[in-house]
Design a protein around this ligand. Structure first.
Ligand code: NAG
Ligand code: NAG
Ligand code: NAG
Ligand code: NAG
Ligand code: NAG
Ligand code: NAG
Ligand code: NAG
Ligand code: NAG
Ligand code: NAG
Ligand code: NAG
Ligand code: NAG
Ligand code: NAG
Length: 491
């Protein structure tokens, strides 16, 4: 996500400034020469270098000039090794551990295999350790507890396994970012993680963790993004209550994890800047607590595919920064609250596949930034409010599979930006096709089938120049089909 990256970069720069350069007397047996030997030893274990990235790594060249290598200002020692997306195939050599003044190791998106050598614990100055998207297996070495300058450990997308050693979190004053996602780690999440008060990103997604979410996480008061993976937890209340202490938490991503239970009222006490809540594809049941409306900075909210029911609380209208709201595939009943028309930045509203009834509130027409509106597969009735035709930037409008009555409002022509599709099928709409439909020049698909539309199909409908599909079947329309339409009328 964009702002995650931005913050992350900011943080790295900030760290680089605050930690600066320290004048240590390094043990005499390590020097620029041993750094060179180590890098050449690393090169020897690489069996394929398709882009010749390591071509200038040889005995005669200056090690500080090797591609991907940086030294400190005095050119005494190697401090940085970055070799991303180079197609390198080979063993992750233990010789790297001899680069004892290395601060930044980043070998992302290659095909390194083998284990993370326990000898890497001699990289005492390492701040940034990143080996995402390789083919490494085995555990995070116990000895990593010695890397007390570590700010970032990111090993996403390997085949690493075993338990996270609790000692890894024993001295983590500087640790801010841990991404172990998409590996095969197992066991419980060590409660010691609560020692890492500066942690703002913890991503354990797509592993095989079991057991409770440790409540000690509440001590990580800078937590910004939390993306966990664990077996089902049916009491969400202690979890959200504890998270209320993570006052910097901005994102919570717990999609598709078999979470059960109800959303507790404590959800409203998440950090003041809390902005992303992804809980889709779980088994969360019961109603949405009105307190959710207290998260005034919330921007993205996805509760799709749960077992939520009851009516949508009017307090949801308090989420004035919402850009994306999806409640689809749940069991919500009652009316769509009129307060849902007051989100000035909402781009996507998906309430489809619920049991919402009553009229579509006129106020939805105030959602001036809306691009996508899905209200299909509900029990909505009454006429389509003309205000629904005033979105300046709408791309998709799907009101199909409801019980909407009345005629198609002629104002429909104001949706001239509609580019993707207009679907009003499977309702009880009646009356003639409004001539104004022909002004929807950019629409690609139009489905008005299975209504009770009457009258004649007018030839001007072929003015919809971008139209690929139009379905007018199962109505009571008469008259000759315009010849230009012959190509794409369905069925
Ligand atoms: C090392 O690489 C340079 C080019 O970067 C080349 O000119 C030189 O001959 C190479 N030395 C050896 C010993 O291969
Ligand atoms: C490093 O490379 C630059 C440019 O390729 C060259 O000018 C410089 O002489 C090299 N330094 C050493 C010490 O080899
Ligand atoms: C460098 O690392 C290797 C492997 O860990 C080790 O065998 C070797 O003794 C080290 N060399 C020096 C000079 O420390
Ligand atoms: C923990 O890390 C800090 C910062 O690097 C260091 O000053 C301190 O000595 C370490 N404590 C222990 C017990 O290792
Ligand atoms: C938070 O940290 C304090 C002090 O280290 C500790 O006493 C407390 O038990 C921790 N809280 C949790 C929930 O682990
Ligand atoms: C949250 O912090 C408050 C005040 O620091 C503390 O009293 C409370 O025990 C903490 N809650 C949890 C669940 O750690
Ligand atoms: C919330 O965001 C503001 C503005 O970015 C920042 O100044 C403030 O410190 C943040 N509050 C917390 C608790 O993180
Ligand atoms: C949170 O929301 C509830 C229900 O809408 C409300 O009663 C309460 O006063 C709100 N709390 C805060 C701190 O805004
Ligand atoms: C919400 O979650 C569902 C289910 O995973 C997904 O298909 C959908 O794309 C998500 N919506 C948005 C806007 O991200
Ligand atoms: C919501 O579902 C629960 C079962 O999960 C049921 O007991 C409750 O009556 C339902 N509430 C409403 C308002 O339908
Ligand atoms: C409505 O019509 C569009 C365009 O034909 C189609 O992509 C979409 O799946 C339809 N919606 C439903 C709920 O069938
Ligand atoms: C369609 O309209 C005709 C004529 O007004 C009416 O007799 C019929 O009941 C309507 N059908 C439906 C499904 O509403």
């Amino acid at each position: 996500m964009f702002f995650k990256r931005t913050l992350f970069l900011f943080l790295l720069q900030h760290l680089a400034i605050v930690s600066g350069y320290h004048h240590y007397h390094h043990p005499p047996h390590y020097s620029l020469d041993t750094d060179k030997t180590a890098l050449l030893a690393f090169k020897r274990t690489i069996s394929s270098d398709p882009l010749s990235t390591l071509a200038n790594w040889n005995v005669t060249n200056d090690v500080c000039n090797f591609t991907g290598v940086r030294c400190n200002k005095q050119r005494h020692r190697v401090t940085q090794l970055i070799l991303n997306s180079a197609g390198l195939v080979g063993l992750l050599s233990p010789f790297i551990s001899n680069l004892t003044r290395l601060r930044h190791l980043e070998i992302v998106d290659n095909d390194l295999f083998g284990i993370i050598p326990p000898e890497f614990s001699s990289l005492r100055h390492i701040i940034h350790f990143q080996l995402d998207w390789n083919n490494l297996h085995g555990p995070i070495p116990d000895s990593f507890s010695l890397l007390s300058n570590l700010a970032l450990l990111s090993v996403m997308g390997n085949n690493l396994n075993g338990m996270i050693p609790p000692s890894f979190f024993s001295n983590c004053t500087l640790l801010t970012n841990v991404d172990l996602s998409s590996n095969a780690f197992s066991g419980t999440i060590p409660p010691e993680v609560g020692n890492c008060r500066g942690l703002w990103n913890l991503n354990l997604y797509n592993n095989q963790f079991t057991g409770e979410i440790p409540m000690s996480l509440s001590n990580a008061s800078d937590m910004f993004n939390l993306d966990l993976d664990h077996d089902g937890n049916t009491d969400l209340d202690p979890f959200f209550t504890a998270l209320a202490n993570c006052s910097s938490l901005m994102e919570l991503e717990l999609a598709g994890m078999g979470l059960g239970g109800r959303l507790p009222t404590s959800i409203g006490r998440l950090g003041v800047n809390f902005s992303v809540l992804f809980l889709e594809e779980n088994m969360i049941s019961g109603p949405i607590p009105p307190n959710l409306g207290n998260l005034t900075k919330l921007m993205w909210l996805n509760l799709t595919s749960n077992l939520l029911n009851g009516s949508i609380p009017a307090e949801i209208g308090g989420l004035l920064n919402l850009e994306l709201l999806s409640f689809s595939h749940n069991f919500f009943t009652g009316e769509i609250p009129a307060s849902m028309g007051q989100f000035p930045h909402l781009g996507l509203l998906d309430l489809s596949n619920n049991k919402l009834s009553g009229k579509i509130p006129k106020s939805l027409g105030n959602l001036v930034q809306l691009n996508y509106l899905f209200l299909n597969n509900n029990l909505l009735s009454g006429a389509i409010p003309p205000s629904l035709c005033q979105f300046p930037d709408l791309s998709i409008l799907d009101l199909s599979y409801n019980g909407l009555t009345g005629s198609i409002p002629p104002d429909i022509s104001r949706l001239h930006e509609i580019r993707v599709f207009l679907n009003l099928s499977h309702n009880l709409l009646e009356g003639p096709l409004p001539m104004e439909l022909s002004k929807l020049e950019n629409v690609q698909e139009m489905d008005l089938s299975s209504n009770n539309l009457t009258g004649r199909i007018f030839p001007q409908i072929s003015n919809c120049i971008a139209l690929r599909m139009i379905n007018l079947s199962h109505n009571s329309l008469g008259g000759p089909l315009p010849e230009a339409l012959g190509n794409f009328l369905e069925p």
